[in-house]
Design a protein around this ligand. Structure first.
Ligand code: ATP
Length: 295
């Protein structure tokens, strides 16, 4: 699989402050990659480095296997800071200016405004828009030229619940088009609802990384290991003890039916003449660690 973005051991300091430390991550095509962390954890700094706004102190990053971001500008749409729109100009005029500056096609303005449900407001002055509309206009500017990669910093920031839901739908709509999206957020729920992969940042360092559905499983999985894992799997399924069960060599990863506990699996295995080498309950690492962090 070709990597869209490959970050290796990235570090960035501001004077004595370490903003990002030794960060590595890989983003594949079509992934929606969440960078999740509380305020000041280094999300914006990371995005600013990978979009060429600031230079890292150490480490490297590659887009599509190439070292320089400059050549990638057409492929990557980034929303890191809300662009400085002109308050007294209408939406079409504002987007025309962005398109000229960023060298994006002017004839794409209608498409992006329609996509963002702003076409009816195209003649309105920017300063007459609601905050949600302004954010959608910023998104329209990012989508000009239909880039295959989107880099978004806290896209739901400052929006009301309706605006947040709208923003989520827009991101999901782009996800459906197989775009690769890198999204920084301090809201666990936002990441859980749209991302396929996630890294959690704490003081500029990644403390957990992986697929969202693995890190955020609704229930804590029970992991058992034994010599007869195949037979135990069949017995557990036959007895209807699990919601789901996955075999990985000697190991079984089990989400138990409600009311069941890890020790019940031990007793059940014993009753079938199977001796477990190992039994543990693995905590939902993302959620528990994140809640721990933001407490
Ligand atoms: P937020 O969600 O609050 O924007 P963040 O996770 O995006 O936070 P960053 O903005 O990357 O975090 O900041 C990481 C650290 O670097 C913080 O301690 C911040 O104060 C510091 N920092 C960021 N930019 C600068 C700067 N230009 N000069 C000095 N320190 C900075």
């Amino acid at each position: 699989m070709e990597k869209v973005l490959d970050i290796q051991n990235l570090s960035k300091n501001y004077g004595g402050i370490t903003a990002v430390k030794n960060l590595s991550l890989e983003v594949g095509p079509g992934h929606v990659f969440g960078i999740l962390g509380p305020n000041g954890s280094g999300k914006t700094t990371t995005l600013a480095v990978i979009t060429g706004v600031i230079a890292p102190d150490a480490g490297s990053f590659r887009w599509f296997g190439r070292e320089h971001y400059a050549g990638m500008r057409k492929t990557i749409g980034s929303l890191i800071e809300v662009p400085n729109f002109y308050h007294y100009l209408d939406l079409v005029r504002n987007l025309s200016i962005v398109a000229r500056i960023k060298n994006k096609p002017l004839n794409d303005i209608e498409r992006v405004l329609r996509l963002m449900n702003l076409w009816d407001r195209r003649k309105s002055r920017f300063d007459t828009l609601s905050l949600g509309m302004k954010q959608r206009l910023a998104f329209s500017a990012v989508l000009l030229g239909d880039p295959s990669v989107l880099v978004l910093d806290e896209p739901a920031n400052g929006l009301d619940p309706e605006g947040i839901a709208e923003m989520r739908d827009i991101i999901l709509q782009e996800k459906k088009k197989q775009k690769t999206i890198i999204l920084a957020s301090h809201i666990l729920d936002e990441v859980e609802k749209v991302c396929t992969h996630v890294t959690i940042l704490k003081n500029g360092q990644s403390i957990a990384q992986g697929r969202v559905h693995e890190l955020l499983a609704a229930d804590d999985p029970v992991i058992v290991s034994c010599g007869e894992s195949g037979r135990l799997q069949e017995e557990i399924v036959r007895a209807g003890l699990s919601e789901s069960i996955e075999k990985n060599g000697k190991e079984l990863i089990i989400i138990l039916k409600k009311g069941m506990e890890a020790k019940d699996i031990n007793e059940f295995a014993f009753s079938k003449g199977i001796v477990l080498d190992h039994l543990e309950t693995r905590k939902k690492s993302l959620e528990s660690q994140f809640l721990e962090l933001v407490k």
